[in-house]
Design a protein. Sequence first.
Length: 237
Amino acid sequence: MTAAVLFDRDGTLVIDVPYNADPGRVTPMPGVRAALDRLRAASIPIGVVSNQAGVARGLITPAALDAVNARVEELLGPFDIWAVCPHDDEDGCGCRKPAPGLILRAAGVLGVTPRDCVVIGDIGSDMEAARAAGARGILVPTPQTLPAETAAARETAPDLGTAVDMALAGHCVEPPPIRRRFLTPGAHSFRPARDDTPALRVRGPRAAPHEVIPARRRYARRPPASEDRPREAGDPT
């Protein structure tokens, strides 16, 4: 039984614009609103789980991130939970995909078990995070998806509408056990490893107001070509 469906944002719900800080550049992927409305009609909670390392890298302000997310909701309707990781690789957090923190936190806020969640995304880190959380993952490949990521996915769909139909059908491939190595010490602690990085940002019906600690500009080099799709060694998303 599918208790909740969690979506990656960029490249899944909306066209991927690297480090987008402009709400005017938000464009939904084809057929997304209709697919989301089917889940709403079925009373299935929906949420967003998104890496946004541009905040930690000083390329996106927290206010701009909130404005872009608000525009997503204007175009696609409300989500029951937003769980956003503003860290980058150097922060050692437990929420940045492929770690399971975003999924575990979203499931907790929604009051469902991760095992009953479906995670829909477009790259391998989305699927790895789903596996690590014990959730079901469905990959919707795009031109940015690596062939190896598609081959490794347990389930794939040609588009988001089909992925939602699969989630509504409730049938899933048996997920592997949760990989505890991603969890930080303590009971699901998602505090950043250093004090100069933002905290996990969560917004939802039972979430406390999110805390934001200003990010420090640490990246002098040119940023990766696409947020959440860096292909440099040591910088997974």
